[in-house]
Design a protein around this ligand. Structure first.
Ligand SMILES: CC(C)(COP(=O)(O)OP(=O)(O)OC[C@H]1O[C@@H](n2cnc3c(N)ncnc32)[C@H](O)[C@@H]1OP(=O)(O)O)[C@@H](O)C(=O)NCCC(=O)NCCS
Length: 183
């Protein structure tokens, strides 16, 4: 199947909500769809990058990156976090998630972002260059349980930046809630 990736438009918000609900299911879906809507309106999430994957104009996947900062970082390293990523169940395991991640990372790199973080499946994101972050001295805004340490990951988009900066992250206001930091 041919999938296209493009930046999301304001008019896509309903279709994005449907994909998030379908991907995360009835229990988690509402909360995550609300989070996406809140991040869309949150000035502290800027700069944000919101991409959709389409199949014949229908939105079948969505990825969101929002700004994060490293506390007391004298260089104010430009950082972003991937959250959430959702692929409609009918289109999972066909590489759509990978396409969205690759395109997102490419665009972030072009716009000067140095580090990208994600809290997610430790068997999925390493395929796309992410490695555990806590060991590099870059901590999540809320403590991650040691048993989930591998789920808190980072990737450098500027070679050599990892290791040169340490600290705890400050995320957008909409994401700044302990319930989003449980893996
Ligand atoms: C996780 C998700 C984003 C992956 O997207 P996708 O388009 O299905 O994934 P891709 O086709 O790019 O990659 C498929 C690979 O990832 C693996 N994979 C898919 N879901 C996975 C999961 N939950 N955990 C670990 N690996 C997973 C597949 O086994 C496959 O591996 P392979 O390439 O070795 O065969 C998608 O399944 C989804 O939306 N799930 C529900 C919501 C969710 O969990 N979002 C992520 C929150 S961190």
């Amino acid at each position: 199947m041919e999938f296209q990736i493009r930046e999301s438009l304001e008019s896509d918000s309903k279709a994005i909500r449907s994909v998030v609900l379908a991907a995360f299911g009835p229990e988690e879906g509402e909360e995550i769809a609300d989070l996406v809507a809140e991040l869309d309106l949150d000035p502290t999430a800027e700069p944000r990058l919101s991409l959709v994957a389409t199949n014949e104009e229908t939105i079948i996947g969505h990825i969101l990156f929002t700004a994060v900062k490293i506390e007391a970082d004298p260089n104010q390293t430009p950082c972003s976090i991937l959250a959430p990523l959702a692929i409609h169940p009918e289109y999972q395991k066909q590489g759509v998630g990978g396409l969205l991640i690759h395109e997102g990372l490419k665009q972030l790199q072009e716009s000067g972002v140095d580090l990208v973080f994600v809290l997610g499946h430790p068997s999925y994101y390493p395929k796309f260059g992410f490695t555990p972050s806590g060991y590099r001295g870059l901590d999540a805004p809320y403590p991650i349980l040691p048993k989930n340490a591998e789920a808190w990951m980072v990737q450098e988009l500027r070679p050599g930046i990892l290791g040169s900066v340490r600290g705890t992250l400050i995320c957008a206001t909409a994401l700044d809630d302990a319930r989003y930091w449980v893996e």
